[in-house]
Design a protein around this ligand. Structure first.
Ligand SMILES: Cc1ncc(COP(=O)(O)O)c(C=O)c1O
Length: 391
């Protein structure tokens, strides 16, 4: 419950929080960039869902489950500084993207601007729409780490309907200045959509201050909620004019009239929710969000940035090549270690119970608030040991 939250501690008890994640006892888990750890609370919450299913059957929808989706939206709105009516819950980013894009008018302005550092589901969606005449510009990154605002500024023109990009780039950890980007987009008459899957939770965001039109994110990673839930924010004044063509009965204003002849969208962002929510995922996700809100985004950022900078310093001290932003204020909790054989390195680390992740030419190491400096030390020592024969 948001209202009954305990007063935020000056300094959270990080080792107590660590106890909340039993998986951390089994391995040195440095892979939140792929999947956040499962908390005891999420496990208990999913069990509660299963109990309700057994005990109540279909009536669980009305007494409990729909209310749980409501409180999930509330919890998310609180985290990003949105109002409840601006938030919708969908199964994944791709379907959220499809719902929004289906409601936009690309007949006069045909162009969407994205960049090569974006997670590809974003570009894939718009590539699929090229057959309808939509034009997609994918900006190259000059240093393969960051994406300069000037490049967006130059690319956005009077043909551009939408700028769509990530706030934190998944293969470099670079934090984009989305407020400046939204300003550029708006000055040129375009809208700004942010896929913030790698940002929300670990790097604070206030959607009102940022001025973005749409923000998408999900439970898998830094919101420690597992798969099956994505969150959508749509700026309030845009909602009435956006009618998704990817639609369904959960978006209908009179959902339980079961009227097949009319489609009256809900007045709020729930018009983008098409079908039945995956309730087990909703229960897991809400417990994860509660933890994130309880600790608070500022504390999470401080802790994660400190751990990440410690990791970076240890790796750089030993001469490893990192693909990260030079300015630590622009780096999220993702460290990219260049590697000629990421598969070998990832597997050798996994044999030592150290879990990281690989991408082409690199290994991603991503400590979160529940990790420790000692785990950084263990990880770097293991990398040294594995790579010594090759040096
Ligand atoms: C930035 C970003 N966007 C989107 C996704 C996933 O998209 P979807 O929810 O459609 O699977 C990921 C997953 O790794 C991601 O890192």
């Amino acid at each position: 419950m948001l209202q009954s939250k305990p007063l935020r501690q000056a300094q959270p008890d990080w080792s107590a929080w660590r106890e909340e994640f039993p998986g951390l006892q089994k391995s040195v888990y440095m892979n939140t960039v792929s999947l956040g750890q499962l908390s005891r609370r999420s496990r208990t919450a999913v069990n509660r869902f299963l109990d309700l299913w057994t005990e109540r059957g279909a009536s669980a929808w009305y007494g409990f489950w729909l209310a749980e989706v409501d409180s999930l939206r509330k919890e998310f709105a609180h985290l990003i500084g949105a109002s409840l009516e601006e938030v919708a819950v969908l199964p994944n980013i791709s379907s959220a993207l499809a719902a929004i894009s289906s409601s936009l008018d690309f007949s006069r302005r045909k162009r969407v601007v994205a960049c090569e550092l974006d997670f590809p589901t974003l570009t894939h969606h718009f590539l699929a729409r090229r057959s309808e005449g939509l034009e997609l510009t994918i900006l190259p990154s000059p240093d393969k780490i960051s994406m300069p605002l000037e490049a967006f500024d130059q690319a956005i023109d009077e043909q551009t309907a939408l700028v769509a990009t990530n706030r934190v780039y998944f293969t470099t950890g670079y934090i984009q200045d989305v407020k400046a980007l939204a300003d550029i987009a708006h000055r040129k008459g375009a809208l700004c959509l942010i896929d913030d899957y790698q940002g929300t939770g670990q790097v604070p965001i206030d959607v009102k201050k940022a001025g973005v039109d749409f923000l998408l994110t999900g439970g898998l990673k830094w919101l420690i909620g597992g798969p099956g839930v994505a969150y959508m924010y749509v700026r309030r004044d845009l909602i009435p004019e956006l009618n998704p063509r990817v639609a369904g009965w959960f978006g209908h204003r009179r959902q339980f009239d079961f009227d097949p002849y009319t489609l009256e969208f809900r007045q709020d962002a729930r018009r983008f929710e098409a079908g039945t929510p995956a309730m087990a995922a909703v229960y897991a996700a809400k417990a994860g969000l509660e933890i994130i809100n309880e600790i608070g985004p500022q504390q999470l950022r401080q802790r994660t940035a400190a751990l990440n900078q410690d990791l970076v310093a240890r790796l750089q001290e030993r001469g490893y090549t990192l693909r990260i932003p030079a300015d630590p204020n622009r780096q999220a909790g993702i460290t990219i270690l260049e590697s000629s054989d990421p598969m070998m390195l990832t597997r050798a680390l996994a044999k030592r119970d150290i879990i990281v992740d690989k991408r082409p030419g690199a290994v991603r190491i991503s400590p979160y608030f529940y990790n420790t400096v000692e785990e950084n030390e263990i990880t770097v020592a293991a990398i040294d040991e594995i790579l010594k024969p090759y040096q």
